[in-house]
Design a protein around this ligand. Structure first.
Ligand code: SER
Length: 321
């Protein structure tokens, strides 16, 4: 295997924590540099190099790039949909200028491959809700969605104008047990598991029948590494690929969780601002291009995901009950 040196920017987040561990198992601990504005957890820090990186600070970014001379960069630092609405200017600045800084360094330093995540948030109220296609009306109305859609255009632009090998996926809501999500609209689908196991009940900020596209983190990491490993000719979409696994509502997830925790109860909050965001997003995604172009295939349906979440989040005391 060709030697790669990989920098993951935003490595402390929900995706970064798992991606760094997986990349390290493939490429070796010392070849994958974790980086974030905050200190990482003990495990990440001890398994390989870590650098403080603020993607908006070009000098800081240049220093780290010059030190390691990476062949690949994964840029994960971003403000998500709900947090973005609380601080729209910061979300725009971080999500947009962070990306442009990395794209510029990548061209200048001839970095072979860049990964940048987009999201289902690029779609808006006038996009088709069911099996939302790769190409359709896109009118996002969150600053997060606007920044992701603009970012997709920049990625394609750098590919076309500079020949930069930049790759991207439009993630749906991501569900994981190793780390918590950070400020998204789909976060309820992670919180629900923690609360079900801890308290036996959960108050959902999304309504009972809000259906959203979701994916288990194992699949998200598989899709990410799968896209990055694909031969360049197979990566035909250079803005960002639709990817999908499952779609469900809080009610459907509750029914599944009750198979393990029969007394679990769910209630619903009124007037949460995240409801309007969810209502503007697709219910399900058509990801046939990813499946055709580079062989994407998901492994986890809602049943398998729920089983794995509960098994991993159960404390030894709960297991012995
Ligand atoms: N999970 C993200 C969010 O809810 C969607 O990309 O903001």
């Amino acid at each position: 295997m060709k030697k790669e040196t990989i920098i993951v920017i935003g490595s402390n987040g929900q995706i970064g924590t798992e991606l760094v561990a997986d990349l390290r198992s493939v490429y070796g601990g010392s070849n994958v540099i974790a980086s974030d504005i905050r200190e990482p957890d003990y495990e990440t820090k001890n398994a390989g190099p870590f650098e403080f990186v603020n993607v908006l600070n070009k000098e800081n970014l240049a220093g780290v790039i010059n030190k390691y001379k990476p062949t690949q960069i994964y840029l994960l630092a971003a403000l998500l949909s709900a947090t973005g609405e609380q601080n729209p200017k910061l979300a725009w600045d971080l999500n947009m200028n962070g990306l442009i800084n990395v794209l510029d360094f990548a061209v200048e330093q001839k970095i072979s491959k860049i990964y940048w995540p987009s999201s289902i948030a690029v779609f808006g109220p006038n996009s088709p809700k069911e099996q939302t296609p790769q190409y359709c009306a896109m009118d996002p109305n969150t600053v997060y969605g606007i920044s992701k859609l603009a970012g997709e255009r920049w990625c394609e632009y750098y590919f076309l104008k500079h020949g930069l090998d930049v790759r991207s996926l439009r993630y749906p809501g991501l569900i994981s047990w190793k780390s918590q999500p950070g400020g998204g609209t789909t976060d309820y689908a992670v919180h629900i598991f923690h609360e079900a196991l801890k308290n036996g009940s959960y108050e959902s900020f999304l309504s009972a029948n809000t259906e959203l596209p979701m994916m288990y983190m194992n699949d998200a990491i598989k899709a990410t590494i799968g896209l990055m490993d694909a031969e360049a000719e197979k990566v035909k979409i250079r803005s960002s690929y639709n990817v999908s696994a499952v779609s469900f509502t809080p009610t459907e997830l509750t029914t599944e969780i009750k198979k393990y925790i029969p007394d679990f109860t769910i209630s619903y909050k009124d007037n949460d601002p995240r409801q309007a965001i969810a209502d503007s997003w697709p219910k399900s995604i058509d990801d046939s291009r990813a499946r055709q172009d580079w062989g994407w295939k998901h492994d986890f349906n809602m049943k398998k995901m729920t089983e794995d979440m509960i098994l991993n989040l159960k404390t030894p005391t709960e297991l012995s009950k």
